[in-house]
Design a binder for this molecule. Sequence first.
Ligand SMILES: [Zn+2]
Length: 319
Amino acid sequence: MVNQNLRTTDFDHGVTAIDTDYMRPLLDASHLVIDHGRAAFVDAGVNASVPLLLEALRQKAVDVGDVDYVFLTHVHLDHAGGAGQLMQRLPNARAVLHPRGARHMIEPSKLVKGSEAVYGKERVREMYGDITAIPEERVHAVADGEELVLGDRRLTCIFTEGHARHHYCLADPASDGVFTGDSFGISYRDFDTGAGEFIFPTTTPVHFDPVEAHKAIDRIMALSPNCLYLTHYSKVTDLPRLADDMHRRIDDFVAIATHHAATGNRTRAMQDSMFAYLRDELEEHGFTADERTLHELLDVDVTLNTMGLEHWLDHRVVT
Ligand SMILES: [Zn+2]
């Protein structure tokens, strides 16, 4: 039976974006990489995404036994929430994690608690359901620079901090691309205009670190890729401009935070300021929409980014 909810985009070199159907269309992607009959997923969405990922495999005529890896760029639940259930369906796959993230998938209780602190208990249940643990023997904690073989290609894990301390990117020379998770920000396809792609940082709590976030951009660009595959959402190509925009917007987000550090009702002030900032930048980019549509597209990120920036304000070492 064809799953009506399945939305995929095929790119060259055996890369396919699968919409995980999290929150709204074209918000959260898992990428499927197929090389000489062997397959890997990069990020896994949430539990509800698992049937879609399996359906995408079936459409590509790849057996579940031929999936070698589930690469989890980091353990935020929109990337790794569905990984435990997905692994149960892939008998030969290893889950590949940053060493700081590995223990959280083997024993997810702390991860769930962390997410509850951000969203509240009820909302976490609603969004993610029960998080299934991955058996320790199926988890591979990678080293920075480690290469893994998939079919005829080599994928290299590159540690990147700034968004999360348990984050890595996956360089894929075969497609001249890098799977960047959240390390190179968010670029929703909704915001594409004649001027190209629009990008902004994601400063989700609790690890946002602007110095490391800048380094991550530089580290990714140093690989000289032709394209990036973002989890939110998929392929972008105008990289030198997007890198500049990321650097500038990381600084602008930090400026919004520090400007309001001592403001009464700081949360609201920062949210309003970030929303206005993104609206103006989008307008500059040639994207206009009514206020309601803009809120629908931006509010989740504005809220999360503000929380992360506030956490950073409260824990930064002021020199
Ligand atoms: Zn994240």
